[in-house]
Design a protein around this ligand. Structure first.
Ligand code: ADP
Ligand code: MG
Length: 252
């Protein structure tokens, strides 16, 4: 079997006195889906942001694909801008609140990264963008501006935009939490189809039934530590830790 796509070792992050990630280690196998669950404030978003380098860890190692970085506080040498942009591009991030460019059309939103960061020519970028919009069910919305769309549609644009960078991993941070209930399914459907195609993903989610269905591995975090990790049949259906049982009891 090939090496995991992501390998995180002894990751630490504090904000002031608050230790938000305390010695987190985990691996993500190529083509697998990892669901990250846990109470609000447990450090899930911070962990995803560290993988994407939106937040710089205080200690530990992160390897994504070939590139690994060892963090040692202020002495950590981050890759130069261009390399950093490339690194980020390999880890496509989808946020709760879409973060689309409001003044651009849907098509422009999806083309922007490939043209400006990957230096693709517009022709190629547009063809790829249209293909991805079709994949998320929005082929006919290419010329709309995001303002005119539903939350579910916006989130699908955000997914297409992240995919346009041809990431080796997709990171979803509560991608459906801000959506009206009737719009959740269309976004989960897109995520599920990506899983079927073998996209490697980390999903922070409160959709436990969905996690059980698509995840190969479920990681339960609390207070900055991994409490329990394993297949859904274990962590969700037969949790070994009291903290996991109590969390699931509250949200199921
Ligand atoms: P989760 O996503 O599991 O809800 P977060 O990673 O967002 O948890 O937050 C974990 C803790 O870190 C929370 O107490 C939060 O207030 C704190 N935190 C997150 N980001 C920052 C920041 N930039 N500055 C200070 N505190 C932060
Ligand atoms: Mg969060």
């Amino acid at each position: 079997m090939s090496a995991p796509v992501i390998e995180i070792k002894n990751l630490k992050k504090s904000f002031g006195d608050l230790a938000v990630l305390k010695d987190i280690s985990l691996t993500v196998e190529r083509g697998s889906v990892v669901a990250l669950i846990g109470p609000s404030g447990s450090g899930k978003s911070t962990l995803l942001r560290c993988v994407n380098l939106l937040t710089v860890p205080d200690g530990g190692d992160i390897r994504v694909g070939e590139q690994s970085i060892t963090f040692s506080g202020k002495n950590t040498a981050l890759p130069r801008d261009k390399v950093l942009a490339g690194y980020r591009a390999r880890t496509g991030m989808v946020f709760q609140h879409f973060n689309l460019f409001p003044h651009m059309t849907v098509l422009q939103n999806v083309m922007e990264g490939p043209v400006t960061v990957l230096r693709k020519n517009r022709h190629e970028a547009e063809a790829k963008a249209r293909e991805l919009l079709a994949k998320v069910g929005l082929a006919d919305r290419a010329d709309m501006v995001p303002d005119r769309m539903s939350g579910g549609q916006k989130q699908r644009v955000a997914i297409a935009r992240a995919l346009a960078m041809e990431p080796s991993v997709m990171l979803f941070d509560e991608a459906t939490s801000a959506l009206d209930p009737e719009l959740v399914a269309e976004v989960l459907g897109v995520i599920k189809s990506l899983a079927k195609e073998g996209m490697t993903m980390i999903l922070v989610t409160h959709e436990i039934a969905f996690a059980r269905e698509v995840a190969d591995k479920v990681i339960f975090m609390r207070d900055g530590v991994v409490v329990e990790s394993g297949p859904p049949s274990q962590v969700i259906d037969d949790p070994q830790q009291e903290a996991t049982r109590s969390f699931l009891g509250r949200i199921l």
